[in-house]
Write a protein that binds this ligand. Structure first.
Ligand SMILES: *[C@@H]1O[C@H](CO)[C@@H](O)[C@H](O)[C@H]1NC(C)=O
Ligand SMILES: *[C@@H]1O[C@H](CO)[C@@H](O)[C@H](O)[C@H]1NC(C)=O
Ligand SMILES: *[C@@H]1O[C@H](CO)[C@@H](O)[C@H](O)[C@H]1NC(C)=O
Ligand SMILES: *[C@@H]1O[C@H](CO)[C@@H](O)[C@H](O)[C@H]1NC(C)=O
Ligand SMILES: *[C@@H]1O[C@H](CO)[C@@H](O)[C@H](O)[C@H]1NC(C)=O
Ligand SMILES: *[C@@H]1O[C@H](CO)[C@@H](O)[C@H](O)[C@H]1NC(C)=O
Ligand SMILES: *[C@@H]1O[C@H](CO)[C@@H](O)[C@H](O)[C@H]1NC(C)=O
Ligand SMILES: *[C@@H]1O[C@H](CO)[C@@H](O)[C@H](O)[C@H]1NC(C)=O
Ligand SMILES: *[C@@H]1O[C@H](CO)[C@@H](O)[C@H](O)[C@H]1NC(C)=O
Length: 560
């Protein structure tokens, strides 16, 4: 009886890094290497093991605190020495600048190390922009990796609190890949387990051996090891490192297929598997190595022969569903082959579905602008403003058509937010805004005319600010078409142009006055205002009227 046992891709083994004497390195062009929690003063540094240059994450995220794993934790890479954790807010996001249309390998690394002394492994979700990437359970996970093509030039990686534990992260790494390599057109690719190679020398392989810094992890194979000291070329877009291609395995029993099991989390998961091959044995003229590549029983490539000392990658073109939560990967020798199958490495991914479109980019830019204009630091204002709906930014409302249509911001309530300064032009770019509430702040300056020209706006609440009049005439016309503007509690607002003269004088005076007299004048103006406020409310328009309700005022102007 031949042993038909299969290898399990999920075998976890003790991992050691191959320590290199790093000399001439391929450049790190386009790499983003963040050491989360690294104090900016220690940034950047060159990792002694990989030669990669890591920077602090501080300028890519506004929230979170620095933590350090306990002393007993040993780590290979310096970036696991500290971490960032997120006790505040539900969703905390990194905002990174990327190139639209480029495939990125995105790797989040975690080393809990009981940094909080609670000894409870955190569980949380990772999101890419508006879409759920994966649920992380640090009891089982260390790195999570996805290959994703960004649809815009900025990318948000978010950690989302899902229970009582606090999300944390140690490293965030982005590596641009060739866009003709992994097929992300069908959906982002989430790495299953680890990227497995068949070497038995026992080390991690990554940068600089791998120009894309993929992490290749050796597995304990129970089959026959094959290896070479010759160089293996890799002229294909996958650029499999030499060190990976130089070793392979064949079945111990040469008449049997080489098989692997692979577990998926859900029965509905679709997989995309990349098999890397190179002929690394010296063949005789009469030797043939030829096999079929099967994915869960379906032949994805028939009668394949690895190329001599040249790496080649075969994969299923369309994502494939596996039966009952596990997938069989088989390499089956053909009739005419006298040699058994041979393989160097396997990468397996589940193909994710990212159905949600990001909020309209002009709305996002406008919100960012508004946020900066008023120095707003609201914890939920991270990541996409509208999606997912459950995590949308507080103080705003969005309109949702369907998942694939970018949502629009239709309502913004910044009342009682301590806003200072003038009403920023940035509001103008929220072109679908219906309701704007800026009441109970310290806004100054005039009520800008652009608010009247925003066609979508139907309610504007500017009550209880320190705005100055007059109100542009255009508001009158807009009121007829249903705009509700309220400016109650702005003691220096007036309803028509008659107060403009006074208003202008107010600005002219300080210009000619000396700095010292400006202070005196300001003090006097304040005194006058305080004094005026205490007087009984005057009736009528065209004068300084405290607590003016604009709507009613226009009615009065029209009446005798
Ligand atoms: C190899 O597998 C074949 C087919 O299962 C079996 O007949 C044979 O005994 C096996 N040989 C060894 C050495 O196990
Ligand atoms: C993210 O960063 C980009 C580039 O720096 C910037 O334009 C964008 O406004 C930022 N987005 C957010 C939500 O902070
Ligand atoms: C892939 O990248 C090349 C240049 O690097 C670019 O010309 C091409 O349009 C890209 N293809 C896709 C599908 O984005
Ligand atoms: C190469 O293969 C031989 C024989 O199978 C094995 O003894 C040796 O350890 C292998 N070397 C490496 C670097 O894998
Ligand atoms: C393998 O490649 C390295 C670097 O490219 C080169 O120095 C070495 O001579 C090559 N070895 C063989 C056997 O071709
Ligand atoms: C192939 O050729 C070699 C010598 O070149 C010989 O030893 C071997 O038996 C041959 N194998 C087959 C299957 O004919
Ligand atoms: C979503 O809505 C848009 C605009 O109404 C429409 O063109 C598109 O077909 C819809 N998509 C789906 C998947 O329903
Ligand atoms: C006005 O805003 C202040 C803080 O800016 C707040 O304390 C107060 O409760 C607000 N008043 C109303 C009526 O909302
Ligand atoms: C409004 O958006 C346009 C482009 O969409 C941009 O050029 C302009 O600077 C924006 N205005 C403000 C005030 O943000």
């Amino acid at each position: 009886m031949g042993c038909h046992c299969k290898l399990l891709l999920a075998v976890s083994v003790g991992i050691f890094a191959i320590i290199h004497i790093v000399q001439a390195q391929p450049d790190q062009q386009g790499f983003i290497s963040l050491d989360c929690g690294l104090p900016p003063g220690e940034s950047p540094y060159t990792d002694p093991v990989t030669g990669l240059t890591f920077s602090s994450d501080a300028e890519f995220i506004r929230s979170g605190k620095r933590g350090e794993p306990g002393d007993t934790v040993t780590y290979i890479y310096r970036q696991y020495k500290d971490l960032r954790y997120f006790p505040d807010g539900i969703r905390n996001c990194y905002n990174l600048t990327v190139n639209k249309g480029t495939n990125y390998l995105i790797r989040a690394g975690f080393s809990y190390g009981n940094y909080d002394g609670l000894n409870v492994y955190p569980k949380f979700d990772l999101h890419v922009g508006p879409n759920m990437w994966i649920a992380v359970d640090l009891d089982n996970d260390d790195d999570r990796e996805i290959i994703y093509m960004s649809k815009s030039n900025s990318l948000q990686i978010c950690l989302v609190k899902t229970g009582s534990t606090i999300p944390m992260i140690s490293t965030l790494e982005l590596r641009p890949l060739r866009n003709d390599s992994y097929t992300t057109q069908l959906g982002p690719l989430n790495l299953i387990y680890r990227r497995a190679y068949t070497g038995n020398s026992g080390g991690f392989i990554r940068y600089p051996d791998d120009v894309f810094d993929r992490k290749w992890v050796p597995y304990n194979w129970f089959e026959t090891n094959v290896n070479t000291t010759l160089n293996v070329t890799s002229s294909n877009p996958f650029v499999v490192p030499d060190a990976v291609s130089r070793s392979g395995i064949s079945p111990k029993n040469v008449t049997l297929p080489l098989g692997f099991y692979m577990f998926t989390n859900h029965d509905s998961d679709k997989v995309n598997v990349y098999f890397h091959f190179a002929e690394i044995q010296t063949l005789n003229a009469n030797d043939t190595r030829e096999f079929d590549i099967l994915l869960d029983g379906d032949i994805i490539h028939k009668a394949y022969s690895p190329k001599v000392l040249q790496s080649e990658t075969k994969y299923n073109i369309s994502p494939q569903k596996c039966g009952f939560g596990s997938c069989d990967l088989d390499l089956v020798r053909t009739q005419r082959s006298n040699l058994p199958p041979l393989i160097n490495a396997i990468e397996a991914f589940t193909v994710l579905d990212f159905p949600y479109a990001e909020t309209n980019p002009d709305d996002v830019a406008a919100m960012k602008n508004i946020q900066e204009s008023y120095g707003l630091n609201i914890i939920s204002w991270q990541g996409d403003p509208c999606v997912p709906e459950l995590l949308k930014w507080e103080d705003l409302k969005c309109s949702y058509t369907n998942k694939s249509t970018p949502p629009r911001i239709i309502s913004l309530d910044l009342s009682s937010h301590g806003l200072k300064g003038v009403i920023t032009h940035a509001f103008q770019n929220l072109t679908e805004l219906q309701k704007l509430d800026l009441s109970n702040n310290s806004l100054t300056g005039e009520v800008p005319e652009f608010l009247a020209s925003m066609k979508s706006l139907s309610i504007i609440n500017l009550n209880w600010n320190d705005l100055t009049g007059p109100l542009p005439k255009t508001f009158h016309d807009r009121e007829k078409s249903g705009l509700k503007l309220t400016v109650q509690g702005n003691s220096r607002i007036c309803a028509d142009a008659s107060c403009k003269v006074n208003n202008n004088q107010k600005y002219v005076l300080p210009v000619v006055a000396s700095a010292a007299s400006v202070l005196i004048i300001i003090a006097m103006v304040i005194l006058i205002l305080v004094f005026k406020k205490k007087r009984p409310t005057q009736v009528g328009c065209g004068q300084l009227i405290p607590h003016l309700q604009f709507n009613t005022c226009y009615q009065k102007v029209g009446s005798p």
